[in-house]
Structure formats: C-alpha cells, structure tokens
Write a protein of this length. Structure first.
Length: 135
C-alpha cells in the first residue's frame, strides 16, 4: 500500500503492520516504486542487481539496490571513473548495473559491497539462471 500526505505530497510504502498495531513504512524512492522483493537469504556474492547512486561516504558511492532494503558501497576501484572523482563520475541519481562483490551479514546493518565490473557473459548467465533483478 501507499502512504500519502496531501499538504506536502509525501508518498511512501507500507512494509508491514505489526501485531501491536504499529505500521512500518518507507519513504525510500526505490522501495516505494519497487518494494522489497529480495529476501535477505537470497542476497549473495555474484548476484547482479540494478541500483542508483543515492549518496557518498568518505571512500565510496552509496548505491540503493532495487528490490532490496539494504544499500551497498561502490568503491572507486570497482567502477570506471575515467580519472574523475567518484562524486563527479557518478552523480546522485545515476542508474547502475551492479554485482555483489562481498557481504558482511554479521554487521548491523548488513554491509554489501558491489562492483560495476561485470562481463556480458556474467549478465547472460545470471539472466539464464534467474539471478538478475531487472525492473
């Protein structure tokens, strides 16, 4: 379902309604559009996902992964920046095709590192195995 506020035009997505009556919602744009279709147990290295640059940390771009409630880190060495800083090469809002490089499931929240260095063969193989999330 969607949540909206007419005075400020805020749109969100209801994630769940708890037994105590509390409602979990999200305002993240990707989650509102696509929901969270990817369960945590399905997130693994090698999975290819679409995403969008949503911000930056000191050492990486932050990528919102489509269909996933987690964000991922994209380090400069994992993408062709053509000699530019990662902020200039990938401004906020840049769509990306990423591959999960590593996961730290014991971290809170779970840490995901992605790469944009993906071969065409990997994309075809993942599509054939239904391991790619493409919206």
């Amino acid at each position: 379902g969607y949540v909206s506020s007419f005075s400020n035009s805020v749109i969100g997505r209801i994630l769940s309604i708890r037994e105590d009556g509390k409602i979990d919602v999200t305002l993240r744009e990707n989650a509102v559009k696509y929901g969270y279709v990817l369960e945590e147990s399905k997130i693994r290295p090698g999975l290819i996902l679409k995403g969008v640059v949503s911000g930056f940390s000191k050492s990486a771009a932050i990528v919102s992964l489509f269909g996933c409630k987690y964000t991922a880190n994209l380090k400069p060495e994992d993408v062709n920046t053509e000699g530019k800083s990662i902020e200039k090469a990938l401004p906020v809002g840049t769509p990306l095709l990423t591959k999960i490089k590593s996961i730290e499931k014991n971290a809170n929240p779970m840490r995901i590192r992605v790469t944009c260095r993906i071969t065409e063969e990997e994309v075809v193989l993942c599509k054939n195995r239904n391991n790619v999330i493409v919206k």
